[in-house]
Design a protein around this ligand. Structure first.
Ligand code: MN3
Length: 242
């Protein structure tokens, strides 16, 4: 009986543990991203900022209908007037996890895959005009936010930007899609090294993009028919509601 009780408590503890979100491990050492981004900025960004989003997200979902749901499901279900804690922290966790995934030091980067390369040429003409559009989205974002390259519900590429920690998966965003590349333009992402020089930071962070990773994200977004049609359906509902 006692053993059974112990097992029960253990399972309960494990199941509640499994539902908590955690900060991912960086694939490289903090100093590997230098000189583009200095080690101290990387460390503070991950262990203070991202960690705070994760802690506050876990707090915000505890005991609510969102407890135990996937991060993607939470983002998709956030109501337009969602409590800021949920919206900001779920977004913060998703956005940063994606950001860490696509950054790599120069020596560890691999080339863009043919699928993404062809899509970029079809949509933007070449990678340089994609870069220009991304930089313009990032520069014109007033205050804090993100610049994105997304796969739209109809399967094409598009550049967009969001305020704060919102992202294009959320119903609160006008332009919906699956993010495949995101650039953090909060000052905490660059202030130690670049102060107010957002443009210099953008050039530096662009140099850290691992295009093979972004291709992986592109391929899996294109293959995620279920999510793309969900986003399409949400947009239709929004239009009807207007
Ligand atoms: Mn950040």
């Amino acid at each position: 009986m006692r053993n059974q009780l112990f097992l029960f408590v253990l399972l309960l503890a494990l199941s509640s543990f499994a539902q908590s979100f955690v900060v991912p491990k960086l694939p490289y050492a903090y100093s590997d991203y230098a000189p583009n981004i200095d080690a101290q900025t990387m460390e503070i960004h991950l262990t203070k900022h991202h960690q705070a989003y994760v802690n506050n997200l876990n707090k915000a979902i505890k005991g609510t209908m969102f407890d135990g749901r996937s991060l993607e499901e939470i983002l998709l279900s956030i109501p337009p007037v969602a409590a800021d804690a949920l919206r900001n922290n779920a977004g913060g966790h998703y956005n940063h996890s994606l950001f860490w995934e696509i950054l790599a030091p120069k020596s560890s980067q691999s080339a863009c895959g043919s699928s993404l390369n062809e899509a970029i040429i079809a949509e933007f003409g070449n990678i340089d005009s994609l870069k220009k559009q991304m930089f313009s989205a990032a520069m014109s974002r007033f205050g804090s936010g993100w610049a994105w390259l997304i796969v739209t519900p109809t399967g094409s590429l598009k550049v967009t930007s969001t305020a704060n920690q919102d992202n294009p998966l959320m119903g609160v965003c006008e332009v919906r899609g699956i993010p495949v590349l995101g650039i953090d333009v909060w000052e905490h992402a660059y202030y130690l090294n670049y102060q107010n020089r957002r443009a210099d930071y953008l050039t530096a962070v662009w140099g850290l993009m691992d295009w093979s990773k972004i291709t992986e994200k592109y391929d899996s977004a294109k293959a995620n028919v279920k999510l793309l049609s969900r986003l399409k359906g949400d947009n239709k509902k929004k239009k009807k509601g207007k």
